[in-house]
Design a protein around this ligand. Structure first.
Ligand code: PGA
Length: 251
């Protein structure tokens, strides 16, 4: 039985002091009983976020990292730094990183390997554009992203990763994938994982859906057999996130 994960992705929102305030208010309204809850926040807010949720089972993650440990990489942040700041998860390969910052599959694979090496759980993002969906290329495209992401990742390490299927056309648009569309791709991802590894491994890796998840659509999405929770952007900054967590606990 896979435990559901409800992860917030705050993107480039909220200052460090606002982060502390919001998390301090939200933490008492969230029950983590039976569900993993985490917030991925901007790197500069990590230590404050960790402090704000201390004493609870809420976890903190980062939104990105570089694949080298140190050196002349101005502006970048390493796994060592994330770890020291208390991040236990890191989002890798979000479509905004791929599209705006030019991250490719190869770079994303290196980041995943480095996160695993430092025992930070990577939340590996994948998902198609609207054009790819309309051209019927969704499954092939996502399969390619998954195969590349897990290249040189052992079975044991793969079990400590999380995947987030996020169709690009559904991110921040209010246009959520139907539960059937999301289920179809999440099931295809699991099939791809069983080809890379085996059925048992595939059955144990958690696959989340992301893209305009909110308090009204969460329960239906999370009830699908291959959807193990959500990566939540906009709604994770609002009190409704607590209802999304509840939907995760109850489905
Ligand atoms: P959204 O973002 O929930 O605001 O659509 C999801 C994401 O990009 O992770």
């Amino acid at each position: 039985m896979r435990k559901k994960v409800i992860a917030g992705n705050w993107k480039m929102n909220k200052t460090p002091s606002e982060t502390k305030q919001i998390l301090t208010q939200m933490k008492d309204k969230i029950s983590t009983d039976g569900v993993d809850v985490l917030f991925c926040v901007p790197a500069i807010s990590l230590t404050g976020a960790v402090e704000a949720v201390s004493g609870t089972d809420i976890r903190i993650g980062a939104e990105n990292m570089f694949y080298e440990e140190q050196g002349a990489y101005t502006g970048e942040i390493s796994a060592l730094m994330l770890k020291d700041a208390g991040a236990e998860y890191v989002i890798i390969g979000h479509s905004e990183r791929r599209q705006i910052f030019g991250e490719d599959n190869d770079m994303i694979n290196k980041k995943i390997i480095k996160a695993i090496e430092h025992k930070i759980v990577p939340i590996i993002c994948c998902g198609e554009t609207l054009e790819q969906r309309e051209a019927g290329e969704t499954i092939d495209f996502v399969d390619g992203q998954i195969k590349s992401a897990y290249s040189s990742v052992s079975k044991a390490d793969a079990l400590n990763t999380i995947i987030a299927y996020e169709p690009i056309w559904a991110i921040g648009t209010g246009r959520v994938a139907t539960s059937a569309q999301a289920q179809e791709v999440c099931a295809a991802i699991r099939k791809c994982l069983s080809e890379i590894y085996d059925d048992e491994t595939a059955a144990n890796i958690r696959v989340l859906y992301g893209g305009s998840v909110n308090a009204s659509n969460a329960a239906e999405l999370f009830a699908m057999p291959d959807i193990d929770g959500g990566l939540v952007g906009g709604a994770s900054l609002k009190p409704e996130f607590c209802d999304i967590v509840e939907a995760g606990r109850n489905n």
